[in-house]
Design a protein around this ligand. Structure first.
Ligand code: R1P
Ligand code: URA
Length: 290
């Protein structure tokens, strides 16, 4: 059955609705960043840039790094944008835009999607300036209320434990990312479990003029532990997209990894004095490894 025009929206030039991209703009490895201004910070390292496209918060540069074709896209903030990003990227490679039919299962294309983002550490032993690769992501956002994500027993138990420790009305979701990409790209990085929050302030325990429902939210996150056969699980860092990437990546069959430049430490109360250098180091490391 062809996918109706209201569901898969194709612009007059044949590009997909929000990303504004054509299938030919998608390389098999895609680097994603939250901040649109970070896209040129990635592509400045390219040998050449063949295409630059911009719509809303989605800025895309396509080019070559040491002979390898790469697409870098900005997403803006939050898992609602990741819903758009991953669904539209998947449509670009796995749906025929003329017939509006999805590829048969055996012909599905698996993308490699690498998030290069900033993040705040939760634990005192993860210093500002470090790079962290996310093993499990825990989503406190509502995106997976709308998809049939299948979680492992360990993932359900971790998520249920976090629900209980925060006294939440709903169960968060927990998803492990690509082991392959974590090993390939994360060598030498802190391996962590990332909490994806539906906000930067209250959901990450920040108080400006509003009090928190749980004044001890940060210490509840810091002290959460889950013992499994694999060892002790603890939460290591905060950001706002990774769980959405991992959940949608799993369901659609794409390899996804989240790399985090640690720019804040919530245990010590510090913020980076040179966040740009930590981010640029992560960009260069990523480009050299993909
Ligand atoms: C908040 O400042 C933003 O920074 C982090 C969070 O996930 C959120 O998007 O990532 P980026 O630096 O990639 O945007
Ligand atoms: N991004 C976040 O979401 N939180 C932080 O503390 C830093 C960057």
């Amino acid at each position: 059955m062809p996918i109706p025009e209201s569901e898969l929206i194709i612009n007059r030039d044949g590009s997909v609705y929000h990303l504004n991209l054509l299938p030919d703009h998608i390389s098999d490895t895609i680097i994603t960043v939250g901040d649109p201004e970070r896209v040129p910070l990635v592509s400045q390292h390219f040998d050449s840039i063949e295409t630059q496209i911009h719509k809303r918060e989605f800025v895309t540069h396509v080019g070559y790094y040491k002979g390898k074709r790469l697409t870098v896209i900005s997403t803006g903030m939050g898992t609602d944008n990741i819903d758009i990003l991953i669904n539209e990227l998947d449509a670009l490679v796995n749906i025929d835009f003329v017939t509006r039919e999805a590829r048969p299962l055996e012909e599905r294309i698996a993308l490699r999607i690498v998030r290069v983002g900033t993040s705040g550490a939760l634990q005192a032993d993860i210093p500002i300036g470090s790079h962290l690769v996310t093993e499990h992501a825990v989503g406190l956002d509502s995106l997976m209320q709308f998809y049939p994500l299948v979680e492992t027993g360990l993932e359900v138990e971790v998520a249920t434990g976090i629900q209980q420790s925060l006294d939440l009305a709903y169960r968060p979701y927990c998803v492990r990312g690509s082991d392959l990409l974590r090993e390939q790209l994360g060598a030498g990085m802190v391996v962590g479990n990332t909490l994806t929050c539906p906000g930067f302030y209250g959901p990450q325990g920040r108080v400006l003029r509003l009090d928190l429902r749980h004044p001890d939210l940060i210490s509840r996150f810091q002290n959460f532990r889950y013992q499994s056969a694999e060892g002790e699980f603890r939460l290591t860092n905060f950001e706002m997209e990774t769980a959405g990437y991992y959940g949608l990546g799993r369901m659609l069959g794409h390899e996804v990894v989240s790399l985090n430049a640690i720019v804040a430490n919530r245990a010590t109360g510090e913020f980076a004095t040179n966040a740009e250098a930590t981010v640029n180091d992560l960009i260069v490391k990523t480009l050299d490894r993909v």
